[in-house]
Design a protein around this ligand. Structure first.
Ligand SMILES: Cc1ncc(COP(=O)(O)O)c(C=O)c1O
Length: 295
């Protein structure tokens, strides 16, 4: 398990790893404020609020109301955002772009230089963070393992983490198959978005030929979608804690790990394969009493 839940900033996770690279770009542009959006259980929004607080920057977060419930008292990510003093407002999903533009304008009018962070940290810097993280994994594998992995399994949401690992493996761990377990989008929608992120990252890195192996997205382990609580995942969370002391969350990492278990049982990942499960964090959501929908 690649434990990015233990990434040592902003309560960890892939969004913390991504924001380090996003902030580098923001700093280059002389920014001193962040504007972003997310669901009410968004780890990315929490990471942005904490990162801005650390830097002494302003931060505006737009949350779209959803079935998870927008009550900060029930939702630790929102509660952390509230405690950082970030400005927290809500907008229907279709209104989020306009609400972000309005926050950008407000901050500019107040004399700040705000930086627009796409929801989920979905941008080339986010993918770059994971491209570089594959180098880190490679070094760890060389130090700790007899042989490199045949598979990496990771939760895929906006797809930029998946894209960075995909191109990173092409470059640094060739022969390793990366499988993104979608936690929200159906395969037909998710795959071209990951492919697009791979192309953008390759262009950013001046890699003229981004012809990598096919992008693998599996969309059959998330129940009916992002907001759906999957009973098998709910059962797997305590099982993994008991067996391995490994914490997973119900929205992202639990579903991805469930995908890994199913693929191994079905033989999609053959017996004897060397597998890295890339843990993307999000454990704050394990400590909520979220009114998630049940099937
Ligand atoms: C814990 C966790 N894992 C995985 C993801 C997916 O990351 P990405 O949006 O880069 O696909 C997210 C965010 O959506 C997340 O919060």
């Amino acid at each position: 398990v690649k434990r990015d839940d233990l990434f040592p900033e902003y309560y960890g996770g892939n969004k913390a790893r991504k924001i380090v690279y996003i902030l580098e770009d923001a700093a280059k542009r002389g920014s001193n404020a962040l504007v972003t959006a997310g669901s009410s259980v968004s780890n990315h929004a929490r990471v942005c609020a904490l990162a801005a607080a650390r830097l002494g920057w302003k931060c505006a977060i737009i949350v779209h109301p959803d079935d998870f419930g927008a009550d900060p008292a029930l939702n630790p990510n929102l509660e952390i955002i509230r405690l950082t003093g970030a400005s927290l407002s809500t907008a229907e999903l279709s209104e989020v772009p306009a609400a972000m533009d309005a926050q950008m304008a407000r901050l500019r009018a107040e004399g700040y230089n705000p930086y627009y962070v796409w929801g989920g940290g979905h941008c080339v810097q986010g993918s770059l963070a994971y491209y570089q993280a594959v180098r880190e994994l490679k070094a760890q594998v060389e130090e700790q393992c007899a042989a490199p992995p045949n598979f990496i399994v990771v939760a895929s949401g906006t797809g930029s983490t998946h894209a960075g690992i995909h191109l990173g493996c092409f470059r640094f761990l060739n022969g390793c198959t990366v499988i993104g377990v979608s936690i929200a989008r159906q395969q037909a929608r998710a795959t071209p978005i990951v492919e697009q992120s791979v192309r953008e990252l390759a262009a950013h890195l001046d890699q003229a030929d981004p012809e990598t192996t096919a992008v693998n997205v599996r969309a059959d382990f998330m129940g009916r979608g992002y907001r759906d609580r999957v009973p098998e995942v709910d059962a797997l969370i305590p099982e993994l804690l008991e067996l391995e002391g490994l914490p997973l969350d119900p929205v992202y990492t639990g579903k991805a790990f469930f995908g890994l278990v199913c693929m191994a049982r079905r033989g999609d990942i053959a017996v004897g394969s060397r597998v890295v499960y890339w843990h993307t964090g999000g454990l704050v959501n394990l400590f909520s009493s979220l009114p998630l929908t049940t099937t």
